[in-house]
Ligand binder design. Sequence first.
Ligand code: LLP
Length: 443
Amino acid sequence: MSRTGNRRRGRPPAFSYRETWKGLLRRQSTGLALCCDQFLLELLAKRFGTPLYVYSASTIRSRMIAFDRAFRKIPHTICYSVKANSNLSILRLLANMGCGFDVVSGGELERVLRTDRRLAKNTVFSGVGKTADEMQAALRAGILLFNVESESELSALAECAERSKQTARVALRVNPDVPANTHPYISTGMQRHKFGIPISEARTLYARGFGPRYLKISGVSVHIGSQIIDVKPFAAAMERVTELVRELRADGHKIDYVDAGGGLGIAYEERDVSKFSEHLAGYAEALLRPLRGLKVHLLLEPGRFIVGPAGALLTRVLYRKANGGSRFVVVDAAMNDLVRPSLYRAYHEIVPVRLASPAGTQIVDVVGPVCETGDFFAHDRELPLLQEGDLLALLDVGAYGMALASNYNTRLRPAEVLVDGKSVKVIRRRETMEDVLRPEARF
Ligand code: LLP
């Protein structure tokens, strides 16, 4: 990060350095300190403890607005993918902006309904393993669309809908057999993946959807994976979907919706992100060009793009140590708080909350206290010389950070705070030992 902290030109820098002062009339500079909007992160860490997730509401809003604008040429609904960050206050913030939601479980549906029951009408339900109970709950709530992923699921949904005498609007999630250049665990659009139905078999299955009285075939959906930077696979998938929509309409189906899924990646490593607007425009063009003239309502399910860069994880250096030739910085956050580096070898930028000067550097491994070698945030990373007690911020953790946190090693999950203009709110308090132990029997 540059000393001005303004490396994220082209998109709002949620976290940037600001000069701090002391003395009467702010005479003496005390150096550069990292802020979330107006708030000094070191003060937030002092007040709320570490590890601490900090989110910028203004960044979430402006990313949402930019995303929405990119699709202004076509009728569309943004169905934010709840799995990326499912905190109720984040959902509320997005709902207040007119956002719909993409859920993949009864639990996520419940979060949306508790935010506001009326949001159901803009909610889509995705996922390969919906249970009958989850389908019933979604039918009762009156969701917009079920993204059905197999023939068996279609029958199960038909039964549920029949039983409750409630019509289920259905899109089949097709698997377009398009490779997306991303981590294998989060690539989903190839035939060997568990997701969707092969696009070649879609027409046959759509024909079955005609039968059941309480199923209403309404759309086609696709999602080829996550953290996809190259927009070409999105275009390839959408071309196949468009072709299918034409065939289905010729077969007599009324296809009102195309659900393009999520997956647009963010620049975790790229320092110059002035290409932000270009990238977003390229993505929109990749989806919109094939859809031209098709007259559909487009559904979009972004998750990471909206919330990823809006979050940082604050952690304090506990110890420095050297084993053989390796130098370690042991911090108080661990893989249970942020698993992405361990699980996907994901890169997250790590920056000191206060920039010391003169700034020497050192190559270190940043690791947590969990008892696994896999518990790391960075290997061989060049960082400024750090002292025990220093604060670090892991950046771009607003998506799939807290959402994937666990209690492994009986560690308490971090608190989350939301910075919104002049206010900072705790949107999830730090867990207590009682929270964690309560569900367990004590024989
Ligand atoms: N729609 C569907 C059907 C999905 O499966 C997903 C993500 C999304 C939308 C949102 O994708 P996004 O816009 O956030 O890329 N834990 C992994 C990511 C898993 C993504 C799963 N599905 C990670 O930390 O990278």
